[in-house]
Design a protein. Structure first.
Lengths: 387, 867
C-alpha cells in the first residue's frame, strides 16, 4: 500500500530523446501521483519532452517552466530535465493557466489563483505559481492572486528563465507550452507546508531618493538621471558606448534595495538600462519617493541566506522531517556564488533536507507571500518544504 | 532610519503609488494595497457606510463589511477594535476617516497594534487618498459634462441644418432624407434611419432614408403594417416603441428588417396637428440594443418633420425655432470650448434678448439673501450697468424665483416692491419674466427678460428662457469643476513639495519657510506665520510670509495672552479661528494684527510626538472670514512640520548619544592607562630593580645564575617597554599632560613614514577635540605606512572661528574608501559623534587626503537645538 503522502524527484542530463522519460520514471515512486512539476532548459523540444513525461505519467496534472539552470538532489546543472512528483491520498491538487499575462498581469494572477482545491479535510494549503518574468511587474501577479485568496493561503514560486538570454521564457501546463503566461498549482495537504525566504544582500554606501519612477522603470535618483547616479555610486566609469551586457553583469551583483517596514530590505533586480534616456529598468516596481540603497553580497552571505531560508521553511513543519524541498533560487545568486559555489549550495540544501529529495531552478524573480501583502522578490532564495 | 523619517518616507511612496491611479476605483484599490504595504498590515479596506469600496487581504467575496464598518477612527493610543482575519487570527484594527468618499473610512489590521507614528501615517495616507479620489471623481464628472455638451452641440447643429432646409422651403423629400441623415449622424449606434408615412390602405411607405453603409435605396418601399415591429407598435400606440430583439419580431416589416441585418430598432411617432402622420425608425445591426434615451432624442426630429409638413402656416414659427437653435448652438459652442463663465453669461444675455425679443436681459447670482448682477444686455446697445449686491425681499420677479425655485412673471411693475423692484423701475422695466438657474440641484441664480415698452412678454417666454438657463448652469458647473480640480491639485503639489523636503532631511528652518510660503500661496491668505511655544507661556515666530513681500515684525519670546490665535491654540491644543479681531488682541500680537491690518485668521496646532510644539497661522487683511475648510487644509501642513521637527530631534538625540558613547570609551581608556601606569608598570620596575640588586649580590663564581638573572631582567625590561607602548596606544598620557602639540610631535617621530607637521595653534583645546584629532592623525599615519606605501605625510592643523581644521595628506597609492569597511569608518563615526565632518579624497594613484573639521566650542550634544 503506498504511503499517504510521497515526494519524488528525477533528473536527466542532456537533451536526448529519453531525458524526459528517464526523469519522470525516477520521480514517480508510486502510481498515485497528484502533481508533476517540470523544470528544464529552453533548449529542449518542449512539446516532445511533455509527450515523453506524459507517456510515463498519464494525465496527472502537470505544470512547469524553462529555467536558467536546474537544481536536483544530485546538484545543479544546465540543459537538464528535473521532474518532481507529489502523490498520495494526503494531497489534493488542481492546476490552472492564465495566458496573455502582460495584457493584465493582475487578472492573470487572479485567474491562476482560482484553482485552489476546496478541501476542508486537508487544512494546509499553498498556491505554487510559475510566471514569465519578462512580461511586466510581477508584483501585480502576486496582488491578483492575493486578491482572490487573501491572507489565508501562502503564495510561492518563481519566474521562468531562458538560460540568461533574456528573450523569451516558457511555461508548461498539461501537454501544452505557453509564453507570457502564469501557470499555477493549488496544493492542499494534511501535513504542514513551510516557506523560507532570504537573500543575503547588504547595503553599501549612502541611500538615494527615488525622485522619478513609473512602474518598473526608474528615471531619476536624487533628481539625477538614474543610470548616471547608479554608475557613479558604484564608482564605475561611463562606458564609451552603450553596453547593455556590461550593465547586466554589473547589475547582477549590485541590485537595488528598498527598505521595508518589517526591517528586511526588499531587493530589486536591475534588468537593463536605457542609455539614451539614462533610466534603469527593474523586474518589479520601484515606487517613487522610496529610499534605495545599492546592495552587495558575497559567497558567504549568500550561503548563510541559504541555510537561513531552509531553516525557516523547516521550522514550519513542527519538527517533522520534510518529504522534500523545492527551491526557487535567483540567477543573480548563482552569479555571486560561481559554479563551485552553487554546488556547495545544493549540497547544503540536500544536507539540511536530511536526505529528502530536492528540486528547483534558477529563476528570474521569486514569489513568496506568507505575511502582509508583498510577495515578489528579487535576487532571493525561496524554499518550499513539503511536510 | 528612525520611525518618523520612516513615516515621511512611506507617505512619499504612498503619494507616488496612489496618484498614479487613473480612475477613482483604481485609486481606492491602490490606497488599500499601499497602506497595507506601508504598515505591514495583513488586511486593509475602505468602507463607506455599509458598503465596501476596496479591500485587500481577505479571500475574494468574503470581506466582513459590517465588522470593518464598525471599526471607527480612534484617537492615537486608544484601545482599537479587534478583527478576525482568516489565515492570521485576531488582529488589532485601526481606522482613519476619509474626507472623501463621504462617510468613508480606511481600516487596516495586523496582529500587533499601530504605534503612534503609524497612526499618524495612516491618517496622512487617508488624507492623500481622499484628495486623490476626489480629484479623480471631479475629473470623471468634467469628462462626462464635456461629452454631454458635445453631444448637445452636435444635435443642435444637426437640427439647425434641417431647420435651415425647412426655412428655405426645400422640398419635403429633400427634408425627409436630410432628417434621416442627421439622425444617423446624431445617434452613433444607429446603422439605418427611415422616415415613413402611414398610408390609409394599411401600409407604411419610406419617404426619407439613410444607412451607414450608403446602400440600398429605400425611398418608395412599401410594407404592410402588422406583427411585432417598431413601425406597427408606433402605429398601434401612437407613442415611441422599441424592439430590442428583431429576431423575435414578426410581420412583413420585421422580415424585411432582418433581411437587411437589423437586430434592434426604435421608432417615434410623427404627429401633424394632433393626427398621427408617420414614423421615424432607427435600427442597429449590432449585438447590443439601441441605447436607452434614443426615443427621446428622436422626438426632436419628429417635431421638425411635423413642422415641415405643416409648412405653410408654420414658416414664421420655424424662423423662430431656427433662431433659437442657432442662438443655443452659439452659446453651447462657447460653453463646450470651456470659455470663462463671464463670457458665457454675456453671450446668453445677448442671445436671449435678441431671440425673445426682450428690451433688457439680466443674469444675477444669489448669495446670502442678496442678488449680485453678473451680466446684462439691452436693445439700446449701451453697456448695461450691473448692480453689485442688492437685497432680496418685496414683490418682484427675482424674489419670486428665489423663493419658489420656479419661473415667475410680473406683467406690471407698478405694484412691485423691494430694493430689486426699485432698481427695475430705474431701468424703466414695465414687465418681466424670470427663470431659475440651478447648478447640480442647488439654486444658483436667475435669468430675467424684461420689457420697457409696456407690452407684457409673450406667454411662452418662461419655456424659452429655460433652454438657456440649462446652458448657463452647465457653464457654471464646468467652471466650478475646473476650479475645484485646480485647488485640489495645487494642494497636493504643495504638500508633496514639502513632504519631499522633509524626506530629504532638510533643516527645520528650510521646512518652516517652505510651509509658510506654500500655505500662503495656496490659501487666500495675506500673511502666514509659524510660531514655536517656548517654556513659560511664550511664543517665538520662526518663519513668516506675506503676499506683498513686505518685511514682517520679528517676534521672539513674546508672552502669550489676549484674544489671538497663538493664545487660543496654546490654551485648547486645537485649531482655532478668529473671524473678526477686537481690541483685546494682547501685547505680543499688536504689531501683527494692528500693524499689518489683519482682520481675520485661522491657526492650527503643531504637535510633535504628542506634545504641543507650535502653531501655523494664516491671516487675512480683507473683511471676509477665511473659508470653512482652512483648518482642515492647514492640518496637513502642520503634520509635515511636526515630522520635520521630530526628524531633527531624533537626529540630535542620536548625535548626543554617540558623543556620550565616545566620551565613555575615552574615559575607560584613560582609566586603563592610569591603572597600568600606577599598577603593573610600577610593580614591574620595582621587580626589575630588585632583580638587578639580586644579580649584583650573586658571587662571581656562580656565573651561570648571574647570566640567567641578567636574561630575566632584560626580558622584564622589554616587557615593560611593550607595556608602555601598549598603554600609549590605549590613551596617550602625554596628550593629557602636555596637550596636542607634544603628543603629535612624539607621534610624528615614532611614525614609520617621514611626517611634516604644521601646527598653527598652541592653545589647549577641549579634551574630546584633542583626543579625536590625535586618533585621526595616528590612524592616518598608520594607514599611510601600512596600506598606501607613502613616502611622505603632511599634517596641517589650524583653529579658526571656533573650528579646528585638520588635514592629513600623503603621496601614496590612494584608492581608500570608507564605505568598503576600514579603520576610516571608525574615525568617521568618532568625528561625527563629536559634531564634526570627515571627508576622504583618495582617487587611485592620487594619494589620500583626509580633511576633518571639529567644532571647538560647546560640546556636540549641547549644540543640538533644545526642544
Amino acid at each position: 500500500m503506498p504511503p499517504d503522502r510521497w515526494f519524488g524527484v528525477g533528473s536527466a542530463e542532456g537533451a536526448e530523446e529519453s531525458a524526459g522519460a528517464l526523469a519522470a520514471g525516477e520521480a514517480l515512486l508510486h502510481d498515485d501521483a497528484k502533481l508533476l512539476i517540470v523544470f528544464c532548459s529552453q533548449s529542449h523540444d518542449l512539446v516532445a519532452l511533455l509527450r515523453q513525461v506524459r507517456a510515463r505519467a498519464g494525465d496527472v496534472p502537470l505544470i512547469g517552466c524553462t529555467t536558467a539552470g536546474e537544481i536536483a538532489t544530485a546538484g545543479p546543472s544546465d540543459a537538464s530535465v528535473v521532474v518532481t512528483a507529489i502523490g498520495g491520498s494526503g494531497f489534493a491538487v488542481q492546476t490552472a493557466v492564465a495566458t496573455g499575462a502582460s495584457r493584465n498581469l493582475r487578472e492573470a494572477g487572479a485567474q491562476a489563483a482560482r484553482c485552489l482545491p476546496r478541501r476542508d479535510d486537508l487544512p494546509h494549503k499553498v498556491l505554487l505559481l510559475l510566471s514569465d518574468g519578462l512580461a511586466g511587474d510581477q508584483q501585480e501577479i502576486v496582488r491578483g492572486a492575493h486578491g482572490v485568496l487573501g491572507a489565508s493561503v501562502p503564495l510561492v514560486g518563481g519566474c521562468a528563465g531562458d538560460d540568461l538570454k533574456m528573450i523569451r521564457t516558457f511555461q508548461l501546463h498539461g501537454d501544452r507550452v505557453f509564453t507570457d503566461s502564469v501557470v499555477a498549482a493549488g496544493i492542499a495537504s494534511d501535513a504542514p507546508l513551510g516557506i523560507g525566504v532570504r537573500h543575503g544582500w547588504r547595503r553599501v554606501g549612502e541611500p538615494m531618493l527615488v525622485t522619478g519612477s513609473a512602474g518598473n522603470r526608474v528615471y531619476t535618483l536624487d533628481d539625477r538621471p538614474a543610470l548616471d547616479a547608479y554608475l557613479e555610486h558604484l564608482g564605475v566609469a561611463e562606458p564609451a558606448r552603450p553596453d547593455q551586457e556590461g550593465l547586466a553583469r554589473l547589475a547582477l551583483t549590485h541590485p537595488l534595495g528598498l527598505s521595508r517596514p518589517n526591517g528586511e530590505d526588499q531587493v530589486r533586480f536591475i534588468g537593463g538600462g536605457d542609455f539614451a534616456e539614462r533610466s534603469l529598468s527593474c523586474i518589479a516596481e520601484v515606487p517613487q519617493g522610496a529610499l534605495v540603497w545599492i546592495m552587495e553580497g558575497d559567497a558567504r552571505s549568500v550561503l548563510e541566506a541559504t541555510d537561513a531560508a531552509c531553516g525557516d521553511s523547516l521550522a514550519a513543519l513542527a519538527g517533522r522531517p520534510p518529504l522534500g524541498m523545492i527551491a526557487f533560487d535567483c540567477i543573480a545568486r548563482r552569479g555571486v556564488l560561481g559554479e563551485e559555489g552553487i554546488r556547495a549550495e545544493t549540497g547544503r540544501l540536500a544536507a539540511i533536507a536530511l536526505g529528502a529529495p530536492v528540486a528547483g531552478f534558477y529563476t528570474y524573480g521569486e514569489i513568496a507571500r506568507t505575511r502582509g501583502v508583498r510577495g515578489f522578490h528579487n535576487q532571493t532564495l525561496v524554499v518550499l518544504s513539503i511536510g | 532610519m528612525d520611525s518618523t523619517a520612516w513615516s515621511t518616507q512611506q507617505l512619499a511612496e504612498f503619494i507616488a503609488g496612489v496618484s498614479a491611479a487613473g480612475t477613482e476605483p483604481a485609486a481606492a484599490r491602490a490606497t488599500v494595497e499601499r497602506a497595507a504595504e506601508a504598515l505591514d498590515a495583513d488586511v486593509a479596506a475602505i468602507v463607506r457606510g455599509g458598503e465596501l469600496v476596496a479591500a485587500v487581504g481577505y479571500p475574494e467575496g468574503h470581506v466582513p463589511v459590517g465588522e470593518l464598518a464598525a471599526v471607527r477612527a480612534q484617537r492615537p493610543g486608544a484601545a482599537g477594535s479587534r478583527l478576525a482575519v482568516p489565515g492570521v487570527g485576531w488582529c488589532a484594527a485601526a481606522a482613519a476617516t476619509l474626507e472623501y468618499p463621504p462617510d468613508g473610512v480606511l481600516v487596516v489590521a495586523r496582529p500587533e497594534g499601530l504605534t503612534r507614528e503609524e497612526t499618524g501615517l495612516l491618517r496622512g495616507m487617508a488624507r492623500i487618498a481622499a484628495m486623490t479620489m476626489r480629484t479623480l471623481s471631479v475629473l470623471d464628472h468634467e469628462r462626462a459634462a464635456r461629452e454631454e455638451i458635445e453631444r448637445l452641440a452636435r444635435e443642435q447643429s444637426a437640427l439647425r441644418r434641417v431647420a435651415t432646409l425647412v426655412a428655405k422651403a426645400a422640398s419635403p423629400g429633400e427634408i425627409f432624407s436630410a432628417v434621416a441623415e442627421e439622425v444617423g449622424y446624431v445617434l452613433p449606434a444607429a446603422d439605418f434611419a427611415l422616415v415613413s408615412r402611414y398610408d390609409p390602405d394599411g401600409a407604411v411607405e419610406v419617404v426619407g432614408a439613410w444607412s451607414r453603409a450608403g446602400e440600398p435605396e429605400f425611398v418608395g418601399m412599401r410594407t404592410p403594417i402588422g406583427g411585432r415591429n417598431a413601425s406597427t407598435l408606433v402605429f398601434e400606440r401612437n407613442q415611441p416603441a422599441r424592439v430590442d430583439h428583431l429576431a423575435a419580431g414578426n410581420g412583413a416589416v420585421a422580415m424585411t428588417a432582418r433581411d437587411l441585418g437589423m437586430r434592434s430598432s426604435v421608432g417615434a411617432p410623427i404627429s401633424v396637428e394632433g393626427t398621427l402622420w408617420g414614423v421615424i425608425v432607427v435600427a442597429s445591426t449590432r449585438e447590443n440594443a439601441l441605447p436607452a434615451g434614443t426615443e427621446h432624442r428622436l422626438a426632436a426630429f419628429t417635431e421638425l418633420i411635423a413642422t415641415t409638413i405643416a409648412n405653410a402656416q408654420a414658416r414664421q414659427e420655424l424662423r423662430t425655432l431656427l433662431d433659437q437653435q442657432a442662438a443655443l448652438r452659439r452659446v453651447a459652442t462657447l460653453v463646450a470650448r470651456g470659455a470663462p463663465p463671464g463670457a458665457a453669461f454675456a453671450a446668453v444675455a445677448e442671445e436671449v434678448g435678441r431671440l425673445l425679443p426682450a428690451d433688457l436681459t439680466l443674469i444675477g447670482r444669489f448669495e446670502d439673501g442678496m442678488v449680485t448682477g453678473v451680466a446684462g444686455w439691452s436693445t439700446k446697445g449701451d453697456p448695461v450697468p450691473i448692480r453689485g449686491r442688492t437685497s432680496l425681499g418685496g414683490r418682484n420677479v427675482t424674489e419670486l424665483v428665489f423663493r419658489t425655485g420656479r419661473p415667475a412673471r410680473l406683467d406690471s411693475y407698478g405694484e412691485a416692491s423691494g430694493a430689486v423692484a426699485a432698481d427695475a423701475r430705474d431701468r424703466g422695466i414695465g414687465s418681466a419674466v424670470g427663470a431659475p438657474i440651478s447648478v447640480e440641484g442647488r439654486l444658483w441664480g436667475v435669468m430675467i427678460a424684461a420689457s420697457t415698452h409696456g407690452e407684457p412678454l409673450p406667454p411662452n417666454t418662461e419655456e424659452r428662457l429655460a433652454d438657456f438657463t440649462e446652458l448657463v448652469a452647465t457653464a457654471i458647473a464646468n467652471a466650478e469643476a475646473r476650479e475645484e480640480l485646480r485647488r485640489v491639485a495645487d494642494e497636493q503639489a504643495a504638500l508633496r513639495r514639502v513632504a519631499t523636503l522633509v524626506a530629504r532631511g532638510a533643516p527645520p528652518l528650510a521646512v518652516f519657510e517652505a510651509v509658510t510660503e506654500e500655505v500662503g500661496r495656496l490659501l487666500p491668505a495675506d500673511v502666514t506665520a509659524l510660531g514655536r511655544y517656548d517654556p513659560g507661556g511664550h511664543v517665538t515666530h520662526v518663519s513668516a510670509w506675506s503676499r506683498t513681500g513686505e518685511a514682517l515684525p520679528e517676534t521672539e519670546r513674546a508672552p502669550l495672552g489676549g484674544r489671538n490665535l497663538s493664545t487660543l491654540v496654546f490654551e485648547t491644543g486645537r485649531a482655532a479661528r478668529i473671524d473678526s479681531y477686537g481690541d483685546d488682541f494682547g501685547p505680543h500680537a499688536a504689531e501683527w494684527i494692528a500693524g499689518l491690518g489683519i482682520r481675520s485668521g485661522v491657526g492650527a496646532p503643531i504637535s510633535v510626538e504628542g506634545r504641543l510644539w507650535g502653531i501655523v497661522i494664516v491671516a487675512s487683511t480683507s473683511g471676509e472670514p477665511l473659508p470653512g475648510d482652512t483648518e482642515a487644509r492647514l492640518a496637513g501642513f502642520a503634520e509635515l512640520v511636526a515630522t520635520a521637527i521630530a526628524n531633527t530631534e531624533a537626529q540630535a538625540e542620536l548625535t548626543a548619544s554617540r558623543a556620550r558613547i565616545v566620551a565613555t570609551a575615552d574615559e575607560t581608556r584613560r582609566r586603563i592607562e592610569r591603572d597600568l601606569h600606577d599598577g603593573a608598570q610600577q610593580r614591574l620596575v620595582s621587580l626589575a630593580l630588585q632583580l638587578r640588586a639580586a644579580q649584583a649580590a650573586v658571587p662571581d663564581e656562580l656565573g651561570q645564575i648571574q647570566a640567567d638573572l641578567g636574561r630575566v631582567v632584560a626580558g622584564l625590561t622589554s616587557t615593560l617597554d611593550e607595556l608602555r607602548e601598549y598603554a600609549r596606544g590605549i590613551h596617550p598620557a602625554i596628550l593629557g599632560e602636555g596637550g596636542l602639540e607634544p603628543a603629535l610631535r612624539t607621534l610624528a617621530r615614532r611614525a614609520a613614514v617621514p611626517v611634516v607637521l604644521d601646527m598653527r595653534t598652541t592653545v589647549r583645546l577641549p579634551e574630546r577635540v584633542e583626543v579625536t584629532a590625535y586618533y585621526v592623525i595616528s590612524e592616518a599615519l598608520t594607514n599611510a605606512a601600512k596600506h598606501a606605501g607613502a613616502s611622505c605625510v603632511h599634517v596641517d592643523i589650524e583653529v579658526d572661528r571656533g573650528v579646528m581644521r585638520l588635514c592629513v595628506g600623503d603621496d601614496g597609492v590612494g584608492g581608500a574608501d570608507p564605505a568598503r569597511g576600514s579603520g576610516l569608518v571608525g574615525l568617521k563615526d568618532r568625528v561625527e559623534a563629536t559634531g564634526g565632518t570627515f571627508v576622504v579624497d583618495s582617487s587611485p594613484g592620487g594619494g589620500t587626503r583626509l580633511v576633518v573639521e571639529l567644532p571647538v566650542g560647546a560640546g556636540a550634544a549641547d549644540a543640538a537645538p533644545s526642544s
